[in-house]
Design a protein around this ligand. Structure first.
Ligand code: GLA
Length: 713
């Protein structure tokens, strides 16, 4: 029987799969838009392949769901068995349906092994993001032990040959590393039990010459906050095949007869114009489909004051009230009380688990402070770390068995704490009750939900690995809390940015990007994070000088310029700042408020000029907001003009210099007429000029920044 071609149409992209009942589903195309399918329709995939010399007696086109153990060129999407049996798999199509032009649902099965697999594909027409969702079904009569499962294998466009992925560490998140994928392929596993600083679940696959604004690029994210595995394998025909799914510990997943296992959603943003275009696809999809804001709509993101680097564990209510008052004078809109407020929490060695206000520090509970904060016109937010327990806590003394661990071995601590087994209903109930009581007892409209260690010895009550169940239980707890308190916003924090992914963003509305508030470090960290996430989700704070994470000092203006291209906050004791610093901070906060809708609704471009300047641009139809940073010393005596390809053909703009940090090179100030015009009435420029000739910049010293606003003329 002639196979059927199923096609999904995006905006600039097309996906084509070939299906026939009882046969494998095969990739025929994924990439730029195809108008007609003459060749693909006339010639089934298998007829176009040569019999491999020295290989099996059947050519192997790239399958959507390759089986394991069949001599296929591709690695199987499933490693599973029934006590060693039924370990060979061969997926064939049982049925399909195409409910809309952009979506496709395939039912696959393996009658011999007693397995079913449903794969849903959608190519979002607005963003060119391919969403893959899959669910495995144990149709057999015995338990299935699952060692590995990816939702699908994706045959990527042939021109993509390199992989770029984020690495990092505490205070150094989102550092990207790029390499060519050789004949051996490439893979990466995260086994830390949280998305992690080291290997968060995202990557880009790129053409050899692709850069920020040029060339093919696919941005990939797996919506999961636990362990995962990404793999790129080189197919016989040279194409890269992508698989992504959870990483399971041995024995972790055992599916009883009839049970189903969902693979975390996988998103592939198909970009045609560089890494930036794929990032914008991911941003747009995140904004439209992943995030769920209280009230259904994002409000202007309020400026935070977070108490951590201001006061750490020193909670004195009078002092906190004073800090709040000073913060309000600067224009702060939300006051977030960080770690140290609950009973017995005087350092990081005790009290996690005891989620009620410390009667010594807060004899009348949190309401007094929260009311004070609200009387100043600010919202009140609170730090919690619900998944954790310190052995030195009431909770642990009462329920040592609630912690994940291997009772036969010495416990493995991280920051002196253990992880609670959230999959035990009584644990989640306890946490819900405690958080619910806090939210009822004081007017708290924001939680900073922290998670400060990796999972280790994560065994459940039966001694089996519990990391998969832990993530699902976390999502369920967050959901229950959101249902009970729909107006509360939640931030995902994990020792900085160690839990930043589209799984947690289904349940939260902000990511704490990094514990590193050093503005120079932050330029690189935020550039890296912006590849995956839109700026309104990235908490970025004006920290103290010297910065606590590095000991380096930067001017208040640089700290502000960096912080304002995100969800801005302040994390410093503003009482200790000089009057001049406070005035400048107030000015930058006001600037952020004037431009935040542009930054937070905007499409994001970023790049690096030949002079080493890093720039971030947020664009809406009427306004652009542009930050330019010179992190290191410039080579040469002239700054390269900043070319903004996005503005090509966009009409005419009035360009204003809104803010400055650091020093211009001495004689650059002599360009005074140009700078005066930019800082004063503004300068008129055509989009083509800005794209082609670029915006002339003065020569900058290291750690200088220039912030521009462009308004339609
Ligand atoms: C983590 C967070 C910080 C702060 C501390 C409090 O390190 O990333 O922002 O909340 O915990 O203990």
């Amino acid at each position: 029987m002639q196979p059927t071609l199923l096609r999904l149409e995006g905006n600039a992209c097309t996906a084509v799969l070939e299906v026939a009942p009882g046969a494998a589903a095969v990739w025929r195309h994924l990439g730029s838009r195809l108008d007609a399918l003459d060749l693909l329709a006339a010639w089934p995939g298998s007829e176009l392949l040569s019999m491999p010399q020295g290989g099996m007696d059947a050519p192997s086109p790239p399958r959507l769901a390759p089986g394991h153990g069949n001599g296929l060129a591709q690695d199987g999407i499933l490693r599973a068995h029934r006590d060693g049996l039924d370990a060979i798999h061969d997926w064939s199509v049982e049925a399909w349906s195409q409910p809309a032009v952009d979506s496709l649902s395939l039912q696959l099965g393996d009658l011999v092994a007693g397995l079913g697999l449903r794969v849903d594909l959608r190519l979002d027409a607005a963003t060119d993001v391919l969403c893959v969702q899959a669910e495995l079904h144990n149709r057999g009569a015995t338990e299935l032990q699952v060692d590995r499962l990816a939702g699908a294998s994706i045959a990527l466009p042939a021109e993509l040959t390199e992989v770029s992925c984020p690495h990092g560490e505490w205070a150094g998140e989102f550092q990207w590393e790029r390499r060519a994928v050789g004949a051996d392929g490439w893979s990466r596993e995260n086994r830390r039990g949280r998305s992690s600083h080291q290997a968060p679940p995202g990557l880009f696959v790129l053409g050899a010459h692709s850069c920020d604004d040029h060339g093919p690029a696919i941005g990939v994210q797996l919506a999961w906050s636990g362990n995962h595995r990404f793999a790129l394998e080189r197919h016989d025909d040279g194409r890269l095949l992508l698989q992504a799914g959870e990483w399971f510990a041995p024995g972790e997943v055992r599916l009883p007869p009839g049970a189903r296992l969902r693979v975390p959603a996988l998103y592939l943003a198909l970009g045609q114009a560089g890494i930036g275009s794929a990032s914008r696809g991911l941003h747009a999809l995140t904004r439209r489909e992943v995030l769920r804001w209280p009230g259904g709509k994002r409000r202007p993101r309020p400026v935070h004051l977070n108490t951590w680097e201001a006061l750490y564990f020193r909670h004195d209510e009078a002092e906190l009230r004073e800090l709040a008052s000073r913060a309000a004078e600067l224009g702060v809109e939300r006051f977030v009380l960080d770690d140290g407020w609950f009973e017995g929490r005087n350092d990081d060695r005790a009290a996690l688990g005891d989620w009620w206000p410390d009667p010594v520090k807060y004899p009348h509970g949190l309401r007094g402070l929260a009311d004070h904060v609200r009387s100043l016109g600010m919202e009140f937010g609170l730090w919690v770390e619900p998944e954790m327990v310190n052995p030195d806590s009431h909770l642990y003394r009462e329920h040592p068995e609630w912690a994940l661990g291997d009772a036969r071995r010495p416990p493995v601590f991280g920051r002196h704490q253990l992880v609670l087994d959230l999959a035990r209903p009584e644990v989640s109930r306890y946490l819900f009750d405690k958080l619910d009581a806090l939210l009822r007892d004081a007017p708290i409209s924001y939680l900073k939900w922290d998670m400060n260690r990796d999972l280790a010895q994560a065994l459940d009550a039966h001694g089996r690995p519990g990391m998969h169940a832990q993530v699902l239980a976390l999502y369920a707890l967050l959901e229950r809390l959101r249902d009970a308190h729909p107006q509360v916003e939640i931030e995902s924090c994990a020792s900085g940015g160690a839990r930043a992914d589209l799984g947690i963003l289904r349940h939260t509305q902000r990511l704490w990007t990094s514990d590193n508030n050093d503005a120079s470090s932050r330029i690189a960290i935020q550039s890296g994070a912006l590849r995956l996430f839109p700026p309104e989700l990235l908490g970025s704070h004006v920290g103290p000088a010297p910065a606590h994470a590095t000991g380096r000092s930067q001017s208040i203006d640089l700290r502000c310029a960096v912080a304002c291209f995100g969800h801005m906050g302040v994390e410093a004791d503003v009482r200790a700042m000089s009057t001049d610093e406070r005035d400048r901070l107030r000015g930058w906060i006001a600037l952020y408020k004037q431009w935040r809708e542009t930054i937070h609704d905007g499409e994001i471009d970023q790049g690096r000029s030949p002079s080493g300047a890093r720039w971030w641009l947020a664009s809406t139809p009427q306004r652009h907001f542009l930050c330019v940073f010179q992190p290191e010393a410039m080579p040469g005596s002239q700054s390269a003009a900043l070319r903004l390809p996005r503005l090509r053909g966009s009409g005419r703009w009035r360009v204003h210099l809104l803010g400055r940090a650091g020093q211009l090179r001495q004689r650059a100030e002599q360009q005074s007429a140009w700078l005066r015009a930019l800082a004063g009435p503004g300068v008129l420029a055509d989009g083509h000029e800005l794209a082609q000739c670029g915006l002339p910049l003065p020569a900058l010293h290291p750690e200088a920044a220039l912030v521009f606003g462009l308004e339609r003329a």
